[in-house]
Design a protein around this ligand. Structure first.
Ligand SMILES: *Cc1c(COP(=O)(O)O)cnc(C)c1O
Length: 457
């Protein structure tokens, strides 16, 4: 029988073995990559009009498979989802001075990609239950310069797309969906990613499925798909041939996926549904157990709206325990061995700092030295001050706890260890507070962040 004395104070840990790491690449992917290597064609793209403008055999097969599986009319693979977002911003025609409404509670690229085209990210606050951009806040941020809304489906849960699409229709705005964390799910029967005008997914190592680095753009709009293909692959070489005036402003990049990555992606895609199903099984269990604990709350998702559980979000109420969130998270994690990799950290806190607090917005300078594009609209002063989005700040500084262990190959028994560790800490809250809160009372805020603790996300 282990004693109940908290590990953070020197007691026994709840668990003395590591969580099994994720392992998604196996023999099939290895064989497939070897085939590509033997063929000697590691990429078939040519950046000029012709039959290789859209890439080689694996790239085309991967795109076909993705669009058919999830019922999008078009799929365009790219070398990262950051590239993908940049292409989406370009393909909807964002120009210098255009405002794009963004969520501040996301990975930085969900807003910085707007800046590449001289667009200006305007941050709307999030909803305190879904953690996604709030339609009420979006309305408050619309001006005559607003051209688009960049929606993120954060942690794998869907934003309120019905309300957002209504606003977009009312004000004639484009909608980009950043579904990096939410692949393979449906919102009221519609595949996430192409509910708005254009959107897509990340295939980086940490996402549900991956091919090293990569991304997939999806859209049901033929023109946007073509523009995306042009931007992906030196579109400037194409415009002479097309003599489309409206396309002559396309500056292309090289955002092409290799045949090696596409070959991996084709096989990874077969695994996505099972991975999401497994994560949902673990998440359903956590919802049930965690909502029995008075200081913690979760947001179960409704039947007709999917969730892919990139990570599992939990709200913490420090008033109910008398422990700061930081001390609570550290105490729970102390019940486990040091994690190997961020997907094995039992609890992390805060997620990312509200994006507007990033120096690029604080100093309002993105390109050149004069404040471009923030100074493009004369007499308009953009606000990125602390306090701008109180709900987001509250999540970051006070309430949000994330668990990245809601993932394969972990099982319910592993979730039980997490629950046991949480309950143990709560049953010892007085003694932990007594011994550690005094020293913690004026501690500098250092969130337990999986990204910065061991590996970089
Ligand atoms: C991962 C991620 C990105 C960036 O994707 P990459 O493929 O790493 O470039 C963008 N947005 C969100 C919400 C993400 O989680």
């Amino acid at each position: 029988m282990k004693d109940n004395y908290p590990a953070i104070l020197g007691g026994d840990k709840i668990r003395n073995k590591n969580f099994k790491p994720r392992k998604t690449i196996n023999k099939d992917e290895i064989n497939s990559v070897v085939e590509v290597l033997k063929s000697d064609v590691l990429s078939a793209f040519i950046g000029a009009p012709g039959d290789k403008f859209l890439g080689g055999k694996n790239v085309i097969e991967f795109e076909e498979k993705w669009k058919q599986k999830y019922n999008h009319k078009h799929a365009i693979s790219v070398n990262s989802w950051t590239s993908g977002l940049q292409i989406c911003v370009g393909s909807i025609g964002i120009q210098p001075g255009d405002e794009v409404i963004c969520s501040p509670y996301s990975m930085s690229a969900s807003a910085t990609t707007v800046l590449f085209y001289g667009g200006i990210p305007v941050f709307a606050d999030i909803d305190p239950v879904s953690f996604n951009i709030s339609p009420i806040s979006i309305r408050e941020k619309i001006t005559k310069r607003t051209k688009a809304i960049l929606v993120v489906h954060i942690f794998g849960g869907c934003a309120d797309m019905d309300s957002i699409m209504n606003i977009a229709n009312e004000f004639n705005l484009k909608v980009i969906e950043d579904a990096a964390q939410a692949p393979g799910i449906k919102y009221k029967g519609k595949p996430v990613g192409s509910i708005g005008d254009i959107g897509g997914f990340s295939l980086n190592f940490h996402k549900h499925i991956h091919c090293g680095e990569g991304g997939m753009i999806v859209t049901n709009d033929k023109n946007l798909a073509f523009r995306a293909q042009l931007i992906r692959n030196h579109g400037e070489n194409y415009s002479k041939k097309l003599r489309h005036n409206e396309l002559s402003n396309i500056i292309g990049g090289n955002y092409r996926l290799t045949e090696l990555q596409a070959a991996i992606g084709i096989l990874q895609l077969d695994k996505l549904d099972e991975l999401i199903k497994h994560r949902n099984k673990l998440a359903n269990y956590l919802h049930e157990e965690i909502n029995k604990i008075s200081c913690l709350r979760t947001t179960p998702h409704s039947e007709d709206i999917g969730h892919s559980y990139y990570v599992f979000p939990i709200k913490y109420d420090e008033k109910k325990t008398g422990l700061s969130r930081n001390l609570f998270v550290k105490s729970v994690n102390a019940e486990f061995l040091d994690a190997e990799g961020w997907e094995s950290v039992p609890l992390t806190e805060g997620y990312v700092e509200p994006l507007y607090l990033n120096p690029i917005y604080q100093h309002k300078i993105a390109i050149g030295k004069d404040g471009y594009p923030f100074n493009f609209n004369k007499n308009i002063i953009y606000n990125y001050d602390k306090g701008l989005c109180p709900v987001t700040e509250n999540m970051y500084y006070k309430e949000m706890i994330l668990s990245p262990i809601v993932r394969e190959p972990l099982e319910i028994v592993d979730m039980n260890d997490l629950i046991a560790a949480i309950k143990k800490v709560i049953s010892n809250k007085e003694i932990i507070a007594e011994k550690l809160m005094i020293n913690n009372s004026d501690e500098i805020y250092t969130p337990v962040d999986a990204a910065s603790s061991k590996e970089v996300r």
